[in-house]
Design a protein around this ligand. Structure first.
Ligand code: ZN
Length: 457
């Protein structure tokens, strides 16, 4: 902690640090895991039999990119319900295709796909790098066995063992250069139009006789991970911006960073659970899903049975397992936390005049009559009460009636579990830009409300 730093500054600094460590969902889950392990949470594996005890603290990972953590209450879930906060680990970005490398006019370039609703123009002229998941071959008989014991979620391949490693290059490797204005005279009037196939492939290198271009990525990764290029079985690499998050504004009232949507909610939920009293009557749960930005329909996304599977396993009652689970869900509240649209002073006409969330003015309850948000009267009141008790102001958001509304994991979870849900979030600007903007005081406010939720009754 820096000298004279206020509580909210410490909180936002810890958020920026969390985001800098987490350029991909794989890294976000690793960062979450590290903090949970430090707090003595025990990792469980889905394919194993679980022995869960009251007061125990556990977490489960799926595909290295989604995570559920829970702290078991002293009362059975069917008597106390679950207190659940959910968020997503993914953010819009550019991802490498399976065979990304190609040469064009002396440049080595990488084929990319757009993941989610990225604001594409913001990816140009930035210092970009690569991060992601790598699967390595382990040929040594003995070590392959050890590795398998440790990485239980990996499939056993017939001929060799394999191990998952994360990679993050900490230097600028790539750039998507904009066309000079002299060659694109109307760009300021017409806006920058980018064809993802044609205009987004970043430049990685100049062709060099000494370097084998087709293996250039494997060579780079192998050097970083200190392994042989031939050990690399699979690469899942994503682009990210090297610029670290920072405080900003005349009075440090803002934070500028990548991936505030939605690592800010993941961070707030995690620290709230870790800083709450260890004991509670109710079972407290965090769920962090991957793939929200592409619709959630994956094995580890919001549409998967990941959360449901775990809640069922926690609420097992020897006599009436199904009924115990249903009773537990009927007593529960799910807080779906995702970022909210703050009012943009240059585009006031894009907002509804009675719903203008401001930064640093507390969390926003998001409602939509078309149910793109799962908030309803009772869940909104429950959340307002938490804010009131935590002495944190609360705001409301509804989209203009003539605009299409975005969605969250809220409605998907509400519908699949039949659980009472409220959609909330911190207001921000530049959502889905490579560099987003939020208020520096809102993270602490959100944490106070979440801690109120997790407080023992
Ligand atoms: Zn989001």
């Amino acid at each position: 902690m820096k000298k004279n730093e206020k509580k909210y500054q410490v909180r936002s600094r810890s958020l920026l640090d969390f985001i800098d460590k987490s350029p991909t969902p794989f890294h976000a889950v690793k960062t979450l895991k590290d903090q949970l392990k430090k707090a003595e949470y025990v990792e469980l594996y889905e394919h194993e039999e679980w022995k869960i005890s009251a007061g125990g603290q556990y977490f489960v990972v799926r595909n290295d990119s989604s995570l559920v953590a829970f702290s078991v209450g002293s009362k059975k879930p069917h008597d106390s319900g679950f207190k659940i906060i959910g968020a997503h680990t993914d953010s819009p970005n550019l991802r490498l295709k399976p065979n990304p490398v190609y040469v064009k006019n002396g440049y080595v370039q990488l084929g990319v796909e757009v993941y989610g609703g990225a604001l594409l123009s913001t990816w140009t002229d930035r210092d970009l790098s690569l991060a992601g998941r790598v699967i390595l071959k382990v040929t040594n008989e003995k070590s392959s066995k050890t590795v398998h014991d440790k990485y239980k979620s990996l499939p056993s391949l017939d001929n060799y063992g394999c191990v998952t490693r994360l990679v993050k290059f900490n230097r600028p490797l790539l750039r998507i250069p904009q066309l000079a204005i002299h060659l694109n005279r109307s760009v300021n009037e017409k806006g920058l139009v980018l064809n993802p196939q044609k205009h987004l492939p970043p430049i990685l290198a100049l062709v060099d006789e000494k370097i084998k271009t087709e293996k250039i990525l494997e060579e780079l990764v192998a050097k970083e991970l200190k392994c042989k290029p031939s050990d690399i079985l699979s690469l899942e690499l994503q682009l990210y911006d090297l610029q670290k998050g920072s405080f900003a504004g005349a009075n440090d009232e803002f934070i500028f960073s990548s991936r505030l949507d939605n690592l800010a909610s993941c961070h707030a939920a995690l620290v709230s659970l870790l800083e709450s009293a260890r004991k509670d009557l109710a079972t407290r749960v965090l769920v962090f899903y991957d793939n929200e930005e592409v619709g959630s329909v994956t094995a580890q996304g919001g549409s998967s049975p990941f959360l449901k599977d775990i809640l069922e396993r926690i609420s097992v009652d020897e006599n009436k397992p199904r009924e115990a689970f249903m009773r537990a869900v009927a007593r529960s509240l799910f807080i779906s936390a995702d970022m909210a649209h703050g009012v943009h002073p240059n585009y006031l006409e894009m907002h509804d005049a009675n719903h203008l969330p401001m930064m640093n003015s507390g969390p926003v309850i998001k409602s939509h009559s078309g149910q793109k948000y799962a908030t309803e009267g009772v869940s909104a009141l429950q959340f307002e009460e938490l804010c009131f008790k935590a002495k944190v102001p609360v705001q409301n958001f509804a989209i203009r009636s003539d605009l299409k509304c975005g969605s969250t994991i809220g409605p998907i979870t509400a519908a699949s579990l039949g659980i009472r849900t409220v959609d909330i979030g911190t207001s921000m600007l530049s959502m889905h830009s490579i560099r987003e903007m939020a208020g520096s005081k809102d993270q602490e406010k959100l944490v106070l409300v979440f801690k109120e939720f997790f407080k023992s009754k």
